[in-house]
Design a protein around this ligand. Sequence first.
Ligand SMILES: Cc1cc2nc3c(=O)[nH]c(=O)nc-3n(C[C@H](O)[C@H](O)[C@H](O)COP(=O)(O)OP(=O)(O)OC[C@H]3O[C@@H](n4cnc5c(N)ncnc54)[C@H](O)[C@@H]3O)c2cc1C
Length: 348
Amino acid sequence: MTFPRPIEIIGGGLAGLSLGLALRRAGVTVTIFEAGHYPRHRVCGEFITGLSAATITTLGLAPYFSDALHHREVAWFIGADATTKPTRIQRLPSSALGLSRHALDHRLATAFTAAGGVLLANTRFPETATASVPGRVFTTGRRRSRSLWLGLKIHARDVTLTRDLELHLGDHAYVGLARVEDGSVNVCGLFRRRALCAKGANLLLGYLQAAGLTSLAARLATSELAADSFCAVAAVSFDGRVIAPPPGRMCLGDTCALIPPFTGNGMAMAFQSAETALPPLLAYARGTAAWSDTCEVISRALRRRFRLRLASAAAVHPFLFSPPRQRVLSALNRVRLVPLAPLYAALH
Ligand SMILES: Cc1cc2nc3c(=O)[nH]c(=O)nc-3n(C[C@H](O)[C@H](O)[C@H](O)COP(=O)(O)OP(=O)(O)OC[C@H]3O[C@@H](n4cnc5c(N)ncnc54)[C@H](O)[C@@H]3O)c2cc1C
């Protein structure tokens, strides 16, 4: 089959790379513009829930997950006073995958170029290029906005975990700890921004203390923290909806639908948006569909696929942050009224 129309992807994260790889393998000419380089650490909990075997197969991703860890149990620590004993253990209905972004993004980038794709790393596409151009797909990650939130991540060694994932809820903060493929523990949190004067690992420890997660901070302070894995991201905000881009503009991954990190579903959604876009984009590249129709079809399909999930996550999110709401959550949990299984289903 021939594909006379090329595709240009702006942003080489998970949505852009997985889409580029699948299109390239089908025979489409693809160029990816990526502002950063590979491999690199990213702010991410590296805990992937809700990624089905079907999506992995459609996008041909199985080889890149071969050494991913399989996680089944989550230990919830609700409130800063929950020190060493988890408040609740949740068994996931299917395994979550533990794999570092350092490895995953690099593997996908290497596979994309090996398949004949053109990857322009260290090339930031002008942010002002907002015009809708046929064949151009935006996968530039979270939309920049003024926000109170800050994401921080580091890898730690010599940390013993209670369960596969520990989720600690503090004062306007939550932090996940989960192991990745090389045995390190990913420590990643979302925090309300505070005026703290520290850098790197000390900044993360300072945020844990300020959030009242002092025993966690003490545990991590005695572990081996990998300074080169530390990263931070500001301007993180979640509006609970799938965006409707202007006509003729195509957005996938976080750019179209940003879910709060506690769900561990953002990476799966990036892949799922690539999966959703693949057949209409192939029709466009083949020359059998107009660009405007392709954008419209994909936009509608993404809204159908993600709408409920985003709304559910936006409703739950405030309960994880504010201490008074955490106390409500804790009280409900004591009488077994937190319906984790139905919530998981709505959030994935
Ligand atoms: C604190 C935190 C913790 C998280 N934890 C988890 C988790 O445990 N599990 C999970 O599934 N998800 C998690 N997520 C979400 C997950 O990281 C994202 O949903 C996922 O990375 C989205 O993939 P993407 O391809 O859409 O965007 P990204 O992976 O962000 O990729 C976007 C790419 O576009 C590039 N780019 C941006 N602008 C330009 C430009 N102008 N020109 C060229 N390139 C550009 C960027 O450099 C980047 O590489 C977390 C997010 C945060 C903030």
